[in-house]
Design a protein around this ligand. Sequence first.
Ligand SMILES: [Mn+2]
Length: 327
Amino acid sequence: MTPVADLAAAANELRQRPRVLVACHEAPDGDALGSLVGAGLALRAGGWDVVLWAPGEAPLPADYAWLGYDEIVRTAPDDAGQRLLLALDCGSAARLGSTGDAVISRAEAVINLDHHADNTRFGTINAVDSASPCATILVLRLLRLLDLPIALEVATALYVGIVTDTGGFMYGNTSSAAHHEAAALIDLGVQPDAIFRLLYEGKPVARTRLLARALSSLQLRLDGRLAVASVTIADLDATGAEEADSEGTINHLRSLVGVEVAAVVREPRAGEGRIRKVSLRSASPSIDVAAIAHTGGGGGHAMAAGFSSEADLDAIIALIEAGMRHA
Ligand SMILES: [Mn+2]
């Protein structure tokens, strides 16, 4: 893998194509939205005709709304076929949502800029570097290759990707590059304490009430090596919380003594069929949760992965347990 050369190819492609559709994955996290906003604003300031696209129908997470959602469209534009698609933080075409394949096949070219180890290389150019702790660092390097200035709002968006994907510089992907590039962004004016407050404080009380209900469902399996909690529609209705409010729950499970895998199972909302969404986190370097997620038809990183399933909670737990026994 030659990520530097791939990024150079991506930069060359962008230089030749003034119209760009910048996209991130559905159900976007801080890295996806930071990549989307950072790349979109920087390219637009550099003279590109840019559309920012966050696929999917669920509301974008309130935690990152301060990055600015006004410019973000939820449906790919009609002229997507006359644009270069710059897909950010997407491990596969499926991550671009139900219309992803159609947009990919129509686009003038597809730059797949990502850091997932299981990336399917769906682009015409694949700037994929699984050693990168987040996608925003790859965006930053791409902007440097294009000699684009990094405005404070761009630097801030890119910093959000580093902070969130490394768990505040605590996860195993926290490389020296994570710190070096964060430092470079701080030198551009980013204020870590202000971003901390925007990301992690001022939260609705409904989130804590949802956390309480989710934690009350805690099950410990395999002699305490597996911690599972579920979030049901009844929990959301009783607390007034949104599904995205359950995102921090898994870190509480992961932090428990003896736990090697944490799992949160989210019940579907009306209109989502019978699909349950399963988030997995590893607390042990010897357990690759992406491998477990693959057996469920999903994917992700060694320490953070997920899958969707029509199976019930017990069957989902059995699948995770089987994966842990084989790890
Ligand atoms: Mn990411």
